[in-house]
Design a binder for this molecule. Structure first.
Ligand code: GAL
Length: 403
């Protein structure tokens, strides 16, 4: 699979080179997503109910809550904004979104950016019109509206194209899928507008190997997230081995945040946010902003934790070791600093009790002065120190000068 992916990328690169020698190069868009994109997306809370008003209200609240100042810039409309195509192939919005240009202008007037959603098939996952055969037309329309971010979701491309054109031929299906994502990548680039390109095809066919070459700024690595600890932990665990694929401009996307959604406990919300920070994951909140509780706002706007996520080195962290049901995750930061997250992943508080930290396993020797990023207080990590963490909770420490 991986050999095939590299081959495909080589073929694509050659194709682009050939095209480059024949046609004038499209205008070079400024680089986007140099750190993992931050913002808010409508899907995890509103799903198919989202309206123009919800997006305007959310933009207002991203500003008034302090989220914008903390770095949340994109307000992204997910699925269900789409209407029908007219005789000229122009896709219209549905009644929930009367005027997309006006909505984009409104979001921009708040100093924010706006995102939208489509897919390479005939239909989106919600059954609305998608972009097959209209890629350039749609990309141009997004640019005319002032769209800054596109999430492009595979969905009906599977029955529409893969199963029709290449039944039972996985290699041919992969080529078709890569071709479809390449097509929209080129269409976005040709608009000349800097538009973040988010691939959503659930991590199939080692997307991390070929997405950056198509201009992908982020790509989902798994199926959908839900606001349940088991799912969040399973997704975090599935990021192992993908660290080397992330970097400025191109990120693994373990899906949008569920912080503040469902019945997640405060500890689970904190740990979810911590893991996404360690993973250099895009931080797209997906909660009910009008009813955001202060403790959820405090998690989403914790500047120290966001600084871990947004660290300019852009190096994705990983699980460094585990001891029973306690896991130690680390991330290297610019200037030689280190983030250490000690996570009680199990359901029983006493499953590993007390946990003793092994500094040597982190390559550290002697006491390490740091800051506990969830209490904001200084903390010194010492070898073999007992650390008591409640089930699903976390201790997150930044060490500026690890030894
Ligand atoms: C799924 C996607 C979700 C959401 C939904 C919309 O495929 O993973 O994040 O976009 O489609 O229908």
């Amino acid at each position: 699979m991986r050999i095939f992916a590299s081959f495909s990328v080589a073929v694509l690169a050659l194709t682009s080179l050939t095209a480059f020698s024949q046609a004038p190069a499209p205008p070079q868009a400024p680089q986007v997503a140099q750190t993992p994109p931050m913002g808010w997306n409508s899907w995890n809370y509103f799903a198919g109910r989202v309206t123009d008003k919800d997006i305007r209200d959310s933009a207002d609240l991203v500003v008034s809550s302090g989220m914008k100042d903390a770095g949340y810039i994109y307000v992204n409309i997910d699925d269900t904004w789409e209407g029908e195509r007219d005789a000229s192939g122009v896709l219209h919005t549905n009644a929930k979104f009367p005027d997309m240009k006006a909505l984009a202008d409104y979001v921009h007037s708040k100093g924010l950016k706006i995102g939208i959603y489509s897919g390479p098939g005939t239909k989106t996952c919600g059954g609305y019109a998608a972009s097959l055969g209209h890629e350039e037309q749609d990309a141009k329309m997004y640019a005319d509206w002032g769209i800054d971010y596109l999430k492009y979701d595979l969905c009906s491309f599977i029955p529409d194209v893969l199963e029709k054109q290449a039944p039972n031929d996985k290699a041919a299906q992969m080529r078709l899928m890569i071709g479809a994502y390449d097509k929209m990548g080129k269409a976005l680039k040709a608009t000349g507008r800097p538009i973040v390109y988010s691939l959503c095809q659930y991590g199939w066919d080692a997307v991390w190997e070929w997405a950056p070459a198509l201009g992908g700024n982020l790509w989902r690595t798994t199926g959908d997230i839900t606001p349940r600890w088991d799912r969040i932990y399973a997704i975090a665990s599935q990021q192992a081995g993908l660290e080397s694929y992330a970097g400025p401009g191109h990120w693994n996307d373990p899906d949008m945040l569920e912080v503040g959604n469902g019945k997640l406990s405060l500890a689970e919300n904190r740990t979810h946010f911590t893991l996404w920070a360690i993973l250099a994951a895009p931080l797209l909140a997906g909660n009910d902003l009008p009813h955001m509780k202060p403790e959820i706002k405090a998690i989403l706007t914790n500047r120290d934790v966001i600084a871990i996520n947004q660290d300019a080195l852009g190096k994705q962290g990983a699980r460094t070791y585990s001891d029973g049901e306690v896991e130690v995750w680390t991330r290297q930061l610019q200037g030689g600093a280190l983030a250490v997250a000690i996570v009680a992943v199990g359901d029983s508080r006493y499953a590993t009790h007390p946990f003793h930290l092994n500094l040597a396993k982190l390559g550290l020797h002697g006491p390490q002065a740091g800051k506990d990023l969830w209490t904001g207080k200084p903390i010194t990590l010492t070898d073999n120190m007992p650390i008591e963490i409640e089930s699903h909770d976390v201790l997150l420490v930044r060490i500026d000068a690890p030894r």
